[in-house]
Ligand binder design. Structure first.
Ligand code: ZN
Length: 308
């Protein structure tokens, strides 16, 4: 097994952040090309009402296609039990339900308090538990705005720890931490990961979802590596960008992340040359959208060798 799992979230996080709606066939071609490059987990969409996110209205069809790739973990975002039921019916392997550490953010975006989101988590956990063991999806609770909120500002570490514990009690298999706002810095990543792991167990927090809004995305990855994180979300070409920070990618850029990890001797299972060529799919389908990444622009260093 490779050292690090990279979870490609572009088809969900990237596409929900841009106005154009990518046709289902193009989403499937994107997924196929990433799988061919060695990507083993892809968040392919979100089960939210189509009226809220028309970009992701075809998620069930995309899940059905993605499931045709043996060995690929097909992940989706679900905001509530209703979304989870649809995700399970479609055959998703992994469900992620976000719980915003900032209650103001939660009320404004999901129109739900922490207690109400935790009620949904319990309902989803019951749905998941009712599935036959062979097809039971993995259920992750993701603490979003964990490193700061664009409405509330600083988020207390103790609040994130409390919510991580509440998610575990409510029945998730695992907790993730999301820097939704791109506020995180490396010292904060080390500190928060340690605090949450101490509270819920090292094996219950293995993944980080980072944005590169302020240019600290890869520095935050290194901080995560230092405290034992082994899964990182990223999006091809940093699709989505940040409307308030021209030049800043959305999620951390998958291509740059793979380059950094492989150059550090950490295997990802991903063929970087093939991954770089996947950009052609997006460039052709989304001609107006900027694609980010330093490695794609600069090329690989002479003599670069991937990790063994
Ligand atoms: Zn995100």
């Amino acid at each position: 097994m490779p050292d690090i799992l990279i979870s490609e979230v572009g088809p969900r996080d990237g596409l929900q952040s841009i106005a154009p709606i990518l046709p289902t066939t193009v989403k499937c071609a994107w997924i196929d090309a990433e799988v061919a490059a060695g990507v083993r987990e892809i968040e392919v969409g979100s089960f939210v009402p189509a009226s809220l996110l028309p970009q992701l209205a075809d998620t069930a069809a995309v899940v059905a296609h993605a499931r045709s790739h043996p060995g690929l973990t097909v992940a989706v975002l679900v905001p509530n039990a209703r979304g989870a039921a649809a995700a399970i019916a479609a055959g998703a392997h992994k469900l992620t339900l976000p719980l915003s550490a900032s209650e103001t953010h939660s009320l404004r975006n999901l129109r739900r308090s922490h207690a109400q989101v935790l009620d949904e988590v319990r309902a989803v956990a019951a749905l998941v538990a009712a599935q036959p063991a062979a097809t039971r999806p993995h259920f992750e609770g993701s603490v979003s705005t964990a490193f700061g909120c664009t409405i509330e500002g600083a988020v207390a570490e103790a609040k994130v720890v409390e919510l991580a514990e509440a998610l575990m009690v409510a029945g998730v298999d695992e907790v993730g931490l999301s820097d939704t706002s791109g506020y995180a810095n490396p010292a904060q990543v080390r500190s928060l990961v340690r605090a949450v792991r101490t509270a819920i167990g090292d094996d219950r927090l293995t993944g980080l979802h980072l944005h590169n809004t302020r240019g600290l995305g890869l520095a935050n990855v290194v901080a995560g590596l230092e405290v034992g994180i082994t899964t990182f979300d990223a999006s091809l070409g940093g699709l989505g960008g940040c409307p308030f920070a021209p030049g800043a990618s959305g999620n951390i850029v998958t291509e740059d992340l793979v380059f950094m990890l492989e150059a550090m001797g950490l295997s990802t299972g991903i063929d970087l040359d093939r991954l770089l060529r996947v950009r052609d799919v997006l460039r052709a389908a989304l001609p107006g959208e900027p694609l980010y990444g330093f490695v794609p622009d600069a090329g690989l260093p002479l003599g670069f060798r991937a990790a063994a």
